[in-house]
Design a protein around this ligand. Structure first.
Ligand code: MLT
Length: 271
């Protein structure tokens, strides 16, 4: 992390890399900003702002860990880093996408685009809530490290498991320093988040939807249901990915992301 900001006494750590139109990359549950490494190290022509969400890495937990609370917290980062006369594109992975949708609802005027990698505007169904409750019990009984070690392999598709197990191991290794309190608060907040399909249905932003054919956390069928909601959606299915396309199919993910960013930043900046 090369920068940090203090917001109401809580530290938010983040990186700023590259040069060009501003793009905020928001990581998901049990990850940090470095999950976007393949993207920020290889896509040129943009200024990437990459926070560690509250409770991740060097970023403090905050009082309001709801998706909306974290979106408001991130707005302080946007206020600091993005020139008020300019808009940014926000790209979120999974839980990062839920937060990005909350951001789009609260601060639509700051955005030039919204990208969801393996994410969804739907609220948790009853089955998902029950799974999360079991997850919370597991974290409380066995600790955060054991929980992530058990959970992370399920985020990957069969191709990564067979051909590239090293990326799964690296993900587990990188997730070792989460507190139980942080993981539990993410789960509770995800369970409580509302349906945000109205955001997709009413937005004038171009929306990027990237889905994984083998995604079990956000199933392809749920993603596809949302593909017609916004007026302008760019829809991509990663054929070899589960929930982690940015690391399972990095080259293709980069091509998709760069294409979307390039098309939608030409008109985003002031004339
Ligand atoms: C994530 O990757 O952020 C989580 O899997 C999201 C979720 O559990 O809904």
């Amino acid at each position: 992390m090369n920068r940090s900001l203090e917001i109401k006494g809580k530290k938010l750590a983040y990186q700023v890399l590259g040069d060009g139109p501003d793009v905020c990359l928001i990581h998901g549950f049990g990850e940090s900003g470095s999950i976007w490494k393949n993207q920020y190290e290889n896509i040129e022509g943009f200024r990437f702002i990459i926070p560690d969400l509250p409770g991740t890495g060097y970023s403090d937990l905050i009082d309001d860990m709801s998706m909306e609370g974290m979106a408001e917290h991130l707005n302080e980062l946007v206020e600091k880093e993005v020139n008020p006369s300019q808009k940014l594109i926000m790209i979120g992975h999974s839980m990062g996408g839920y937060i990005s949708l909350a951001f789009a609802e609260k601060f639509p005027g700051r955005l030039a685009g919204l990208g969801l990698f393996h994410s969804s505007a739907l609220a948790d169904g009853e089955e998902k809530k029950a799974t999360r409750k079991k997850g919370i019990d597991f974290i409380k009984t066995h600790g955060p490290g054991e929980f992530l070690k058990t959970m992370i392999p399920g985020l990957y598709g069969p191709v990564a498991k067979e051909e590239n197990p090293g990326i799964i191991e690296a993900h587990i290794q990188a997730s070792h320093n989460f507190s139980g309190a942080a993981l539990v608060s993410y789960y509770v907040s995800m369970m409580e988040r509302p349906d945000r399909t109205p955001v997709l249905k009413t937005t004038s932003l171009p929306v990027l939807l990237v889905m994984g054919r083998f995604d079990q956390a956000v199933p392809l069928k749920d993603g596809l249901k949302q593909s017609h909601m916004a007026d302008l959606s760019y829809i991509q299915v990663l054929d070899k990915s589960g929930h982690m396309g940015m690391v399972e199919e990095p080259m293709l993910s980069n091509e998709i992301l760069k294409n979307y960013l390039t098309r939608n930043t030409k008109t985003a900046q002031p004339e």
